[in-house]
Ligand binder design. Structure first.
Ligand SMILES: Cc1ncc(C[n+]2csc(CCOP(=O)(O)OP(=O)(O)O)c2C)c(N)n1
Ligand SMILES: [Mg+2]
Length: 552
């Protein structure tokens, strides 16, 4: 094409980076590039109804595929909408490239101008401006290199007038994958193996924590062997939830969301062996979970400080499976397995760890724990489950069983509500082979409910469960604990079923949990996304809130 302009060349570069899916909201400053991406390169283009959601969709897409997610926005107000999604991606170490238009460099004044770079930088993202056609391709490669290699969001700022500059003689683009150094297989270090084996041998009450790195490495059997040899209990981070379900010594999630029984066992443990887990503030419950334990971290990229805390006393750089196998080999030399923490009493405590606290349930509502268990019962195990964000997210995460952690995502890294519908859309775009189940609170869903229209327009297959207590219950419980009225955050239930039908989807109010199987069969026959509006009691406290509010 002889009349190629910079936006054509930039689109070609993105395609050369392997981009085949793109999340956007088009405006003056990205509409030419976006149209070329969609129509000349057949890049699957998901048109969101809010830029925050486009960015959150791209983040979830990147999270589940391991590829660089791509979003694009127009300049000024299109860009300022991104802040929460960018901060979430930055904290979640999500590789992302955001194509952001900038106002024209040649204009005296433009209504929508704002200095975009400081905003991006404040969110934790990088900002790379393209200021000259000659360096444009280098900047694109740099953006993808940083996103891939450093696992962070990078914004490429491209002024609209520069995008229209003819660039017929652009050189061939060399993608970032051609220049990123190949990471050699790391052989676990013999000295580290010996040190860790000795720590295990001298521990009385060790616990293994598996993170997403362990799940991705497929290290379940190796970790179970390690725990058995070392007399350790097993636990997971939230992203690795259910990894050891069915094992009698599995404690469930480590952290603020631990059961009371698990929390007590963690409190008394003297050694934590974390594998493929960053040991962030959630997992360590800000230092409260295992205050007296020595901590060993086995990870490809061990980081000494996370969320303000020194995470471990000893690190071994290794891939999860290879590292654990090496320790198992060393432990197997003397043959014996240790009892350690695997006593009959502990096993009984784990068996009895279900939350049985009772609460008054208002008429016409359900106990959220029962709701999630009933939903878990009817949803096939091969569905992809997306977690929510408010108080109710705890119930959704802890009442589902035996689900592959590879088919679970809960991106909570900035603690924002409102992104989960967008996450579910990004995952639906990434995993076309799966049906998606999203469980989210009424407040979070309403924050970006407009994306139901995106779901309908793109025909995305999903079932959304609105855990509807008509309130920001997270705030309800905290305000009450602080001695305040909760009225300011209790709005009453929204009719999600009617609203969803208004968007052209199926909507169903759930009045009987026994009817879920029939409703599920109807949903499958319907072949269109659906929202189940489930009235839940706002009175049931999560285990984590019960513990936290007591500390208050
Ligand atoms: C973007 C954003 N705004 C506000 C908050 C504060 N906040 C945390 S949880 C929550 C309530 C969410 O309500 P809902 O989704 O219904 O869940 P519930 O707590 O009621 O179970 C709010 C407002 C936040 N975390 N993120
Ligand atoms: Mg709510």
């Amino acid at each position: 094409m002889t009349n190629r302009q910079l936006h054509d060349v930039l689109a070609e570069a993105f395609v050369a980076e392997g981009v085949d899916t793109h999340f956007t909201l088009l405006g003056d400053a990205n509409m030419h590039w976006g149209t070329v991406m969609a129509e000349q390169h057949n890049v699957t283009t998901v048109h969101a109804r809010h830029e925050h959601c486009a960015c959150a969709m791209a983040s979830a897409y990147a999270y589940v595929t391991g590829r660089v997610g791509v979003a694009s926005v127009t300049h000024g107000p299109g860009f300022t909408q991104l802040m929460t999604a960018l901060a979430t991606a930055a904290r979640g170490r999500i590789p992302l490239v955001v194509f952001a238009g900038e106002t024209p460099t040649g204009a005296v004044w433009t209504l929508q101008h704002i200095d975009q770079a400081p905003l991006a930088l404040a969110s934790g993202a990088d900002y790379i401006p393209i200021q000259n056609v000659k360096h444009a391709l280098d900047r694109v490669r740099e953006a993808f290199t940083i996103a891939r290699h450093e696992r962070k969001p990078v914004v490429l700022g491209v002024p609209t007038d520069l995008q229209r500059v003819p660039y017929a003689d652009a050189p061939e683009y060399v993608p970032s994958t051609a220049i990123i150094p190949h990471t050699e297989h790391i052989t676990p270090d013999a000295q580290s193996i010996e040190t860790i084996a000795k720590m295990i041998e001298s521990a009385q009450r060790p616990i293994v924590i598996a993170g997403r790195g362990a799940v991705m490495a497929g290290a379940k059997a190796q970790l179970q062997e390690l725990a058995e040899r070392g007399g350790a209990l097993l636990s997971t981070t939230l992203p690795a939830r259910c990894f050891f379900d069915g094992d009698p010594y599995a404690l469930g999630i480590a952290g603020g969301w631990s059961s009371d029984a698990a929390f007590k066992l963690f409190n008394a443990c003297d050694l934590v062996i974390a594998v493929g887990a960053s040991l962030n503030g959630h997992t360590a419950n800000a230092g409260r979970l295992y205050p007296n334990a020595k901590v060993v971290q086995i990870d490809l990229n061990p980081e000494p400080i996370r969320d303000g805390r020194v995470v471990a006393h000893y690190h071994m750089r290794a891939e999860a499976k290879a590292g654990v196998e090496a320790i198992n080999r060393r432990l197997s030399k003397d043959g014996a397995t240790r009892t350690g923490y695997r006593t009959a009493d502990v096993r009984r405590a784990i068996e009895q760890s279900a939350d049985t606290a009772t609460y008054p349930i208002e008429v016409g509502t359900f106990d959220p724990r029962e709701v999630v268990r009933a939903i878990d019962h009817v949803i096939p195990k091969d569905w992809f489950v997306v977690g929510g964000s408010g108080h109710c997210a705890f119930f959704a995460a802890t009442n589902m069983r035996d689900r592959p952690p590879e088919l679970f995502a809960s991106i909570r890294d900035f603690g924002a509500i409102g992104s989960n519908l967008a996450h579910a859309i990004g995952i639906a775009a990434a995993r076309k082979d799966r049906k998606i189940l999203l469980l989210d609170g009424d407040g979070s869903l309403l924050m970006h409910i407009q994306e139901l229209e995106t779901i309908r327009r793109h025909g995305l297959p999903m079932l959304i469960v609105a855990l509807n207590d008509g309130a920001y219950s997270s705030e309800v419980h905290k305000l009450r604990a602080d001695g305040f009225s909760a009225k300011q955050v209790q709005f009453g239930p929204t009719d999600f079923a009617a609203m969803t039908r208004g968007f052209g989807l199926r909507g169903q109010k759930i009045t009987d949990l026994a009817a879920l199987q029939r409703l599920f069969d109807e949903h499958m026959a319907g072949d269109v996304a659906e929202v189940w509006d489930v009235p839940i009691s706002g009175e049931v406290l999560s285990t984590s809130f019960r513990r936290e509010l007591q500390r208050h």
